[in-house]
Design a protein around this ligand. Structure first.
Ligand SMILES: [Zn+2]
Length: 362
């Protein structure tokens, strides 16, 4: 058995609309694409598209908005030329966003977190518009390009039946919004899905490609209390040689987007008991996130996966996550890809959602 590793990257400004596009999206994506290319890997860029529509709306009025919307299109076209992929991601906070001349800041509709929580017709219109928009800018580069995959902003896919119906009707083949085992009230609750699941068929038309998660025995409260090196050694049995990248990354992330501005966390409606249970009692679940796990841990998780499935045939799809906006450079991903290529060369291949779409019988 081989692992088909999808390196997805949620590509967007910060949740309150802040952040410099070139600094936190464009340049990091250039670096990511180069890193992927240098290692024979591919990135699946989950392009937040409602943000692009907000910039397009201002393009006649402001030269900076025009510059950003054009750069957005050209780098996504380049993404395809690099052999990487682009798929749809929407945070509905950007729909009806206003730009304030007084503060030079976007003002988003922070109450509108869930794309699925709107009338069926409106939801279908939105998903259809996103798919058509990405195809309109990317088909000129690759006439076979298809927008096949959606990832909901904040993983908010409730009500689920309505959401699936809309995906089906608008011609999506994959959802990649489920993070097994994780929960954040009121936006998502994926506790019924076992951690580590690779993919499952929802029906004849939709396949779920969940973001890969790993369960450990360690309660989250301990995870926060321990230094990263000890916590990785205890939780995963592996630790990296050097944690300086993570220290710089944490400083960078806090300086750019402090916790006091995190719009989702501010709207968390979990009860005191739920929070206590999730911090103290529940086992800790980790996302296979190449911006948060050291290379040694990331590779050890893939090795464990290969061992678990060593009797199986075929390709096991494993979807990892990253966020261009959260990192100061792609050195951690470089280390991960370098380790995969030296230790697991014949056991791991790099896939995109479009590759998976092409692999499936039509
Ligand atoms: Zn997002």
């Amino acid at each position: 058995m081989k692992i088909g590793l999808i390196l997805s990257n949620d590509w967007e400004l910060f949740g309150d609309g802040s952040g410099d596009y070139f600094e936190i999206q464009h340049q990091p994506l250039e670096a990511l694409l180069q890193t992927a290319k240098d290692h024979g890997a591919k990135i699946s860029v989950m392009a937040e598209t409602a943000q692009q529509w907000a910039h397009l709306d201002l393009s006649n009025q402001y030269a900076w908005a025009k510059e950003i919307s054009e750069a957005w299109i050209s780098i996504l076209q380049n993404t395809l030329r690099h052999g990487s992929d682009v798929q749809l991601h929407i945070h509905p906070q950007w729909l009806n966003a206003k730009y304030s001349d007084a503060t030079n800041q976007w003002v988003l509709n922070s109450a509108d977190v869930s794309i699925a929580n709107r009338p069926q017709e409106e939801l279908e219109k939105l998903l259809g518009k996103g798919k058509a928009y990405l195809e309109s800018i990317l088909k000129p580069v690759d006439s076979n390009y298809a927008c096949s995959t959606f990832r909901a902003g904040a993983f908010a896919i409730e009500p689920y039946a309505r959401y699936l119906k809309a995906l089906r009707k608008t011609g999506f083949h994959f959802d990649s919004s489920i993070v097994p085992g994780l929960t954040l009230a009121p936006f998502f609750n994926f506790q019924q899905y076992p951690c580590g699941t690779s993919s499952w068929r929802i029906d004849d038309s939709i396949l779920e490609l969940p973001i890969h998660t790993i369960a450990t025995w360690m309660p989250p409260i301990l995870r926060r209390a321990l230094p990263r090196s000890i916590f990785e050694a205890v939780a995963f049995g592996t630790k990296a040689q050097d944690y300086s990248w993570f220290e710089t990354r944490d400083e960078f992330a806090i300086a750019k987007y402090p916790a006091s501005k995190h719009t989702l966390m501010l709207q968390n409606t979990a009860t005191f008991f739920d929070k206590f249970r999730s911090k103290v009692i529940n086992r800790s679940k980790f996302i296979l996130d190449y911006d948060f796990l050291s290379a040694d841990v990331f590779v050890s998780i893939l090795k464990r996966k290969l061992k678990e499935h060593n009797k199986d045939d075929g390709v096991l799809i494993v979807t990892a996550l990253g966020h261009a906006k959260n990192v100061h450079n792609s050195d951690n991903l470089k280390r991960i890809l370098g380790s995969i290529n030296t230790q697991l060369k014949d056991r791991v291949s790099y896939l995109t959602y479009s590759d998976v779409n092409r692999m499936l019988p039509s």
